[in-house]
Design a protein around this ligand. Structure first.
Ligand SMILES: NC(=O)c1ccc[n+]([C@@H]2O[C@H](COP(=O)([O-])OP(=O)(O)OC[C@H]3O[C@@H](n4cnc5c(N)ncnc54)[C@H](OP(=O)(O)O)[C@@H]3O)[C@@H](O)[C@H]2O)c1
Length: 370
């Protein structure tokens, strides 16, 4: 299998590439001479557009079809985009393939050139792969290869999904994007470096690159409601987080919302906090979730909070989302966890309310806060 540790061949000029690819050469006949990206059926993209549509259809590549990636993929496919993406396991690929996505197995530590050759035929790129300890951003280890592969004038927009965790503990202060980051641990430092790396790559390539600093992500299948229904017990990291007075959250639908707005209003190099209006303690969110579950299923749920007392809560931070609203024009679907959880509760009959293995960890479980 071809991986990028193979010495790189210099990126050929467009004319040479057309000569090397007869199908693409025919496609280029009579077209303007400006370099353009290829779009070959062999690349594995679905919903191939015809004729001039080739140049107008938007194509999103999602590095890391995890919780957010899958929602974004569905949202864009519903809007008529061609969407491709990656995951790391065969089982996950099979699941996503069944949902109609065009998914490639991919290890960012050893990226296959074949997949990068597909990636570089896309107009938009969403990076959802988190950094690894001792490595940093696994893709940016191969920044030179990426720079060469993406230097074909195809990519117009990219967004790196980061986290509000890079601000660290701010003693309960309101923090906007100008607040000095204070990464609290090694992973958060690597995350901050990854933000800079992706913005710099975008700048080098002339691509509008953005960073979205996400609060704790929740949505259908990953929420306080799901955690309670599945009867999951608290992990150590959850216990630690339960002592935070404020946790900024965002419903996955609002991440899609903000991404859509950013795609329509690119702003190269810009960083946005993507959170709701209501940073609230975990205890409050879980109390509300228990109330909703009780109302929905008339079910006795354990309302004992075994993990926290109000007086012991620590400040942390309240994340400001004003830039997202002002510059991107985002109008939140779920300004508070209340409306977000209510919508999940309303939909919950679509997925089993009985304890069952989770396809992905609850956001409280997976939130590494970096
Ligand atoms: N969870 C939160 O509350 C939260 C809050 C703020 C920011 N974030 C960050 O926001 C991003 C999206 O969040 P999410 O909850 O959607 O994350 P997620 O569900 O964990 O998805 C991460 C994706 O990255 C892929 N991945 C991980 N390591 C990889 C590697 N070495 N090579 C290739 N692919 C790799 C995973 O592959 P598989 O699909 O095969 O697992 C998955 O598709 C992540 O970077 C996350 O850290 C999360």
């Amino acid at each position: 299998m071809e991986v990028c540790c193979i010495p790189a061949v210099p990126f050929p000029p467009a004319s040479l590439r057309y000569r090397l690819h007869p199908v693409l050469e025919n496609w280029s006949i009579g077209r303007p001479t400006k370099r353009r990206c290829f779009f070959a059926a062999s690349a594995g993209l679905r919903h191939l557009p015809k004729g001039n549509h080739l140049e107008t259809q938007k194509r999103m590549f999602i590095l890391g079809m995890g919780f957010v990636g899958e929602f974004v993929a569905q949202d864009l496919m519903n809007q008529g985009w061609a969407v491709s993406g990656t995951c790391t396991s065969v089982a996950k690929k099979e699941k996503l393939d069944k949902l109609g996505f065009n998914v490639h197995l991919f290890d960012a530590n050893e990226p296959e050139l074949e997949v990068l050759n597909i990636l570089n035929q896309h107009t938009h790129l969403l990076v959802s792969i988190p950094p690894c300890l001792h490595i940093g951003d696994p893709m940016l280890q191969h920044a030179e290869v990426l720079r060469r592969k993406l230097n074909n004038d195809c990519l117009q927009w990219l967004c790196y999904l980061s986290t509000t965790g890079i601000y660290g503990d701010c003693g309960g202060a309101w923090v906007d994007e100008t607040y000095p980051p204070n990464p609290p641990n090694e992973l958060a430092k690597l995350r901050l470096a990854a933000e800079g790396g992706w913005l710099s790559l975008g700048d080098d390539l002339g691509v509008a690159a953005h960073v979205f600093r996400l609060g704790g992500i929740y949505g259908p299948g990953r929420s306080a409601i799901d955690t309670i229904i599945k009867g999951e017990s608290l992990s150590n990291s959850q216990r630690v987080r339960s002592f935070k007075k404020y946790t900024s959250r965002v419903h996955v639908a609002d991440i899609c919302n903000a991404l859509n707005e950013s795609i329509h209003k690119p702003s190269p190099g810009r960083i946005y906090n993507i959170v709701d209006d209501d940073p609230a303690p975990r205890t409050e969110v879980f109390s509300f979730a228990r109330k909703l579950i009780g109302e929905t299923w008339m079910k006795e749920v354990d309302t004992n909070e075994s993990f926290s007392g109000e007086r012991s809560l620590r400040g942390e931070k309240r994340v400001v989302n004003a830039r997202m609203k002002k510059e991107l024009g985002v109008r939140l679907f779920h300004p508070s966890y209340r409306s977000g959880l209510q919508s999940i509760s309303d939909q919950v009959h679509h997925y089993p309310p009985s304890p069952s293995p989770s396809p992905s960890p609850s956001w409280e479980e997976s939130l590494s806060d970096v």
